[in-house]
Design a protein around this ligand. Structure first.
Ligand code: XMP
Length: 507
């Protein structure tokens, strides 16, 4: 294959994105006709092969929601209390549905105070709940305006709208196009925002909300389509750490309980993210998760060798993160003298992944859509941190300096992030981090970006252009067809705008 020939010729020389260019090939396909879907696992299909990094200045619920709405995936970081991470996952999974098949219900003898606690604990953005008995028979609807602290001691039974006044639809009436039927219902019933679905015995079978239906109708016209699970919920991933107990052993119970909770909230994939994935700690954690959650997709990493990929896949990982030190805020290569330029790392890992039947993700060092095209000639997806950290959906305050607006972006191996909890990812304990261990990342600022959908539409457009030049209708064809050419330093200079006074920067 072309990749084998190219990398054999360059054996002993490690290359990264800017060192190569892709040769153009005969094409019968227009960029807009190309398909960006990628299958990372049979239960994890993305519409665009882009994942937001599990970093505390990149991915919390707003970013994960926006990523999934645009067809990608967000990995919620784990530099926060477990309970808080669970509530972030719930916010993503509860965000937009078609038919919510398992709506959150309350019972008539609970108090409004109980309901408020539920809302707070699970991070729900909604406050209207169906009221059912122990057989799920519908008793009424608790309206959102009654779920207030001032009514905390009131019983749900006293506050709810009784069954006779609640509009419902039966499963049979929904017919073959439930979304269209729900849309019609909301058009015909001005002021009603929830439509409850019942069976012939008046048992609750689901619900539609007007905002979900409106969003879905809009989505049908938007360029990037959402990435959803088989229950029509947005996809969401979460990072997990190899938590250790006081004797330094893996805290099996704590890890398993947390993952059980994440699964219960509907998480689609967990990521065991560390700087050194080819290690016993990461392998043991992956094995533990695999043993107890046989069907859960697991991402693990990071590695830069074929042996690392084989090791993690044998432990039970399905998707392996590749990259040590390419990240924009990383100093691993400077501090530890370790790591391999990213394109060569991707090549060796892709070879091993093919043999093991697992996927790889290109993690770090991506600064433009062209890098993504090059990465996707070897990987099934890319992970971006810096490219997305300036978006309004990323966590963090805006900062104005000399009239320019910035957002904070920091490495998870920076001292500040390790003090906030990520030390284990770099093989230190959080106590060490206070005593100034060698940081492997920096704290930085990013100029603010436009909203994520604008950034992702630009990136997707760039990837599609690349595929058009290679005549690749989909990502499988891109991987098969790619031909690489090494570029000289003069060639690199020629590749970017030059010898002009730029008045408007490109993307
Ligand atoms: P980009 O280039 O997208 O990279 O900003 C994001 C990726 O960088 C990794 N990462 C780190 N690597 N020290 C490192 O050596 C760090 O402090 C650090 N923090 C994040 C991580 O893989 C992320 O996805």
């Amino acid at each position: 294959k072309a990749a084998d020939d190219f990398f054999r010729e360059h054996a002993g020389l490690a290359l990264t994105y800017d060192d190569v260019t892709l040769a153009t090939l005969y094409s019968e396909i227009l960029p807009r006709e190309t398909n960006l879907e990628t299958e990372l696992h049979e239960r994890l299909r993305l519409r665009i092969p882009v994942i937001s990094a599990d970093m505390d200045t990149v991915t919390e619920a707003p970013m994960a929601i926006a990523m999934a709405l645009n067809g990608g995936l967000g990995l919620i970081h784990c530099n926060l209390p477990e309970r808080e991470q669970l509530s972030q996952v719930s916010r993503v999974k509860n965000n937009i549905h078609g038919l919510i098949q398992e709506p959150i219900k309350v019972s008539a003898d609970q108090t409004i105070g109980d309901v408020l606690t539920l809302v707070e604990e699970r991070g729900f953005a909604f406050r209207t709940f169906p009221v059912v008995d122990e057989n799920d028979t519908l008793l009424g609807l608790l309206p959102g305006h009654t779920v207030r602290p001032r009514y905390a001691s009131t019983k749900v039974a006293a506050a709810m709208t009784p069954r006779a006044q609640v509009q419902t639809i039966t499963e049979k009436e929904l017919g073959k196009n439930p979304i269209a039927k729900a849309d019609q219902f909301f058009n015909e019933h001005i002021g009603i925002h929830k439509l409850l679905v019942v069976d012939d015995d008046d048992r609750l079978r689901g619900l539609f909300t007007i905002s979900d239906i409106e969003r879905i109708m809009q989505e049908r016209h938007s360029q990037l389509k959402p990435a959803r699970d088989d229950q029509f919920r947005l996809l969401c991933g979460a990072a997990v750490t190899a938590t250790r107990n006081s004797t330094g052993e893996l805290d099996r119970d704590r890890i398993l309980t947390h993952i059980g909770d994440l699964v219960e909230r509907g998480v689609d994939v967990v990521a065991v993210s560390t700087a050194h994935g080819f290690s016993k700690g990461v392998g043991d954690t992956v094995k533990l998760i695999r043993e107890h959650f046989p069907d859960l997709p697991i991402i693990a990493g990071n590695v830069t060798s074929g042996e690392g990929v084989s090791y993690l896949s044998k432990c039970g990982a399905n998707i392996i993160k590749v990259g040590q030190g390419p990240g924009s805020i990383c100093t691993t290569r400077v501090v530890a003298g370790v790591g391999i330029p990213q394109l060569t790392a991707l090549y060796v890992c892709a070879k091993a992944a093919e043999q093991e039947g697992v996927r790889i993700l290109a993690d770090g060092g991506i600064t433009k859509s062209g890098d993504i095209v090059k990465a996707l000639t070897l990987a099934h997806g890319v992970i971006c941190g810096g490219l997305l950290a300036g978006c309004p959906e990323a966590p963090g305050q805006l900062l104005e300096i000399n009239g320019k607006v910035y957002k904070q972006y920091r490495g998870m191996g920076s001292l500040a992030a390790m003090q906030a909890g990520s030390a284990a990812r770099y093989g230190h304990s959080s106590k060490d981090s206070v005593r100034k261990v060698a940081a492997e990342g920096v704290e930085a600022l990013k100029e603010v970006n436009p909203p994520l959908d604008v950034v992702l539409t630009q990136l997707a457009g760039g990837i599609q252009s690349g595929m058009g030049y290679l005549g690749a209708p989909n990502l499988v064809a891109l991987r098969e067809k790619a031909r690489y050419i090494q570029v000289s330093p003069a060639g690199q200079r020629e590749s970017a705008p030059h010898d002009i006074v730029e008045v408007k920067t490109g993307n």
